[in-house]
Ligand binder design. Sequence first.
Ligand code: M6R
Length: 607
Amino acid sequence: MCGIIGYCGPRKASDVLLTGLKRLEYRGYDSSGISVGSAEGLQIYKKEGKIQVLRDTVPESLEGNWGIGHTRWATHGGVSDVNAHPHCSCDGKIAICHNGIIENYMSLKDRLEGEGHRFLADTDSEVIAHLVESFYEGNLEAAVKLSVSLLKGTYGILVMHSDHPDEIIGARNGSPMVLGLGDGEMFIASDVSAMIAHTKQVVYFEDGEVVRLDSGGYEVTDMRNRPVDKTVDSISWELEEMEKGAYSHFMLKEIHEQIESIPRAMGGRIDEDLATAVLGGLNMSEMELLGVKRIVIIAAGTSYYAGRVAAYLLESLARIPSVTELASELRYRNPIVEEGTLYFAMSQSGETLDTLMAVRELQRKGARVLGICNVVGSTIARESDGGVYIHSGPEIAVASTKAFTSQLTAMYLFLLKMARMRHMAWPEGKRFIAGLTGLQPGIKKILENEDGIRKLAKKYHKARDFLFLGRGVNFPVAMEGALKLKEVAYIHAEGYSAAEIKHGPIALINELTPSLLIVPDDHLRDKVLSNMKEIKARKGPVIALCVEGDDEAAQIADDVFFVPKSDELFSPFLMVVPLQLFAYYCALELGRDVDQPRNLAKSVTVE
Ligand code: M6R
């Protein structure tokens, strides 16, 4: 987590840093700081709270054309001004910003304290400033290289020294870092959002690389001082996509964007004539795809639930044994990689450390891992052996919404391809394509009726506990609905299989614990209705999310929201949107910080 940014160029560095930090704020928002260099040395400002607090603290008159900045998501040490970055060397000449975790900081700190270094903060990151100081003999880059060679853990680090005007050193291991090339100016940051207002020409770094930049250029070397040739990429995102526009929150904007983002994920990837999908990025021949005997999807959070939907359908339609596993668990359980197993790493950001580390562990064991990512050029996208970009556009709200449905879209396309190579006949393929490409009006209708969801949120937002229940392909959707409510409204919610409640959770049912049941028109509908009756019999309030015309469900439930009828295969798309809206409106009723919920960060780059 955390966001870092650096700038060298003709502009006022504080303006560039503060604006960039605002765009990185989604990565962490408990405190922030900047260090700006000028003829007077380094000026450091750091504050607990959101970027606006820092902005209010930094004087307009702050001069200086090079600097570094940081927005923090605390891991080691509480949230306070002093623990905010940048951290400084004893002589105040070196400032560092760090994203990641230094696992061996205690032993390094003991050693440095023994040598007389004085520590002010209670963080792992501060050791970096003192280490660089201890190695510094006039060459900042050399001192940074010696320092990082001693670090264990993950880092994206920016370092500046008051005696090295217009120079920043960046080093990366496990935490993302990208350089932005301007005209007579250079930017460096955790991700492109911080620099997109200034440049679209970027260079991504790999672990073990160190960059030295100034306003005129950059050099990248490895830890053995060998130059590394880098390619320059262009960013396709537009600045406007990162703005809220007329919406009050990014989350609401992104929920609404699903009308366009779902079709965008299909763009150019459907072969209508052959009734199949075209996914060139998989980098796999038809023969290789035919040889796939098992599929394992690894992911975290919302991506994990999208993976669960995909695995369910891959197994039932393509007839390939498929499972989805939490990346954080897979990594440490010494998984068996068998020939014929194809792995997918699903990650909106492409930077989630749990997922990235699982990818590397699998690749070490010889697995082929494909990435399903949103952020182009992200680490998982680059390190995987192929994959599919979901193209949902920048997702800024911490709560993931449009990425979920775009991930589903990408996996539905893969599923179509795999099924058509096996048991699915051409007419069935045509029907599948019609269902997938025909989702837009249904989603539009749900969004037009969002007032119905707002009313439900008004009625239910005071509940302290919630059950979200679904079956089959909508069981993971129920879990996703519960996750959304937890993270943005801070209401405790459990996502369960409706069938499972009799095995325990039904004990929670009373007048104060509402249950939201997903009731698509599928082969399990009658079973879900029975579960609904069981809840009603115990005086539990029930909200039913059912398809238009399902009067029976509407009669049993206390409240109902109708979604347009669709083939049951596609119901997850239509069921999840009301759940996203429900969480959003509950959060709004409760006055929560919808886009930046407490304790969270968008991109989880720590374990
Ligand atoms: O970027 P990723 O898809 O890898 O992120 C995974 C989770 O951290 C993420 O989905 C998280 O659960 C969201 N805050 C959920 O809304």
